[in-house]
Design a protein around this ligand. Structure first.
Ligand code: FES
Ligand code: FES
Length: 173
């Protein structure tokens, strides 16, 4: 039997301790041990981006990261975006601009876009498309995904104050 290793890191601002085999992938630890099922498994071969999380300020595909590599790190997943009952601007934007259909790719899309806007608050459409090119949408809603990221960028820059989507009132009520 393979010896297990204790790993401690922060997940969405809370400390977690897990006991894992050295070969265990972060996506499996998140989903199967830590009840963090926002990051999805689409391909497990680093192609689709459904498993994207933010690891110490970098976008990573968590199907290509070993959990033991996360010791003392901070992992941000889609579960960590909404604060105090308020959706993050990116979550609001995907709703506002219809940036999802089935939603399978959405947690990874939002997490990847978050890192883009941290590094470049005013990306051009070309920069958005380039940055997001490692995240695939099987429903092929790319046009609205780009529009959602542009909307979130404007919102985070303070250029949009009110949201017109009728469901937002219910979500934030
Ligand atoms: Fe990780 Fe597809 S499941 S990139
Ligand atoms: Fe269905 Fe992207 S919304 S895979």
């Amino acid at each position: 039997m393979t010896k297990k290793t204790a790993v401690s890191f922060r997940l969405n601002d809370r400390p977690v301790d897990v006991l894992v085999e050295p070969r265990e992938l972060l996506i499996h630890t998140l989903r199967e041990r830590l009840e963090t099922t926002g990051p999805h498994i689409g391909c497990e071969t680093s192609h689709c981006g459904a498993c994207t999380v933010d690891l110490d300020g970098m976008s990573v595909k968590s199907c290509t990261v070993l959990t033991v590599q996360c010791e003392n790190s901070h992992v941000l997943t889609i579960e960590g975006f909404a604060k105090g009952g308020q959706l993050h601007a990116l979550q609001e934007a995907f709703m506002q601009e219809h940036g999802l259909q089935c939603g399978f790719c959405t947690p990874g899309m939002i997490t990847r876009a978050y890192r883009l806007l941290q590094e470049n608050p005013s990306p051009t459409e070309e920069e958005i498309r380039y940055w997001m090119s490692g995240n695939l949408c099987r429903c092929t809603g790319y046009q609205n995904i780009v529009k959602a990221i542009q909307y979130a960028a404007a919102k985070l820059r303070g250029e949009i104050v009110e949201t017109s989507h009728p469901m937002m009132a219910e979500v934030t009520a």
